[in-house]
Design a protein around this ligand. Sequence first.
Ligand code: HPA
Ligand code: MG
Length: 208
Amino acid sequence: MVSDPIDIRDQNSYTTDQFIVQEAFKPDLKQILISEGEIVSRISRMAEKISESTTKRVESELYAACVLKGALRFFGTLTPKLSPTGEYSEGVIHASRYTEGKTTETRAEVSVPERKTIEGKDVLIVEDIIDEGYTLESIVENISAQDPSSVSIAVLFDKRDRRKVEIDIDYTGFIVPDEFLVGYGLDYNERYRNLDHLASLDSSVLKG
Ligand code: HPA
Ligand code: MG
């Protein structure tokens, strides 16, 4: 683990009136946990660290893969800040969770770029949030099967109190509390992705 994530689990949060928040969202949000400015500054630092790692390998060919849809915004902020020393290309990974039959077991269905696209490259998986870890585990498995030169993971938000599987994250932005979070790409039923900040959702919205 090369990252030094910021742990906000015991940190003060902000009211929705202290930053610019869509009026329609305000009744649904409990608190702002991380402002856009902090998120963007942190992503800049993560980009610097990722770029540093590419300088260690002269022949490295970086392939940044955005896990749809939640990571779109993180990806859009991160990738222009990268300065890889070698070739650079990018693509997307589709991932969705589903619960199988009558069991409570949840699995992740993922589709990754085809072998000829990522074979021999240093694949950087860009993910918005990790909680139990099943989705990322499955993504890493599927990517690794296509013979990349290396696989590394950048995650913006880590809900590590919920982790079920052990998984090594190379770059972590923030360690966040076990609450339902929205904003900066994170959604609840496809809403709130366009909120600039990371916020906790009010429990009344989750019940309703
Ligand atoms: N919010 C949105 N998406 C998520 C979360 C969350 O708190 N945890 C895992 N996926
Ligand atoms: Mg995601």
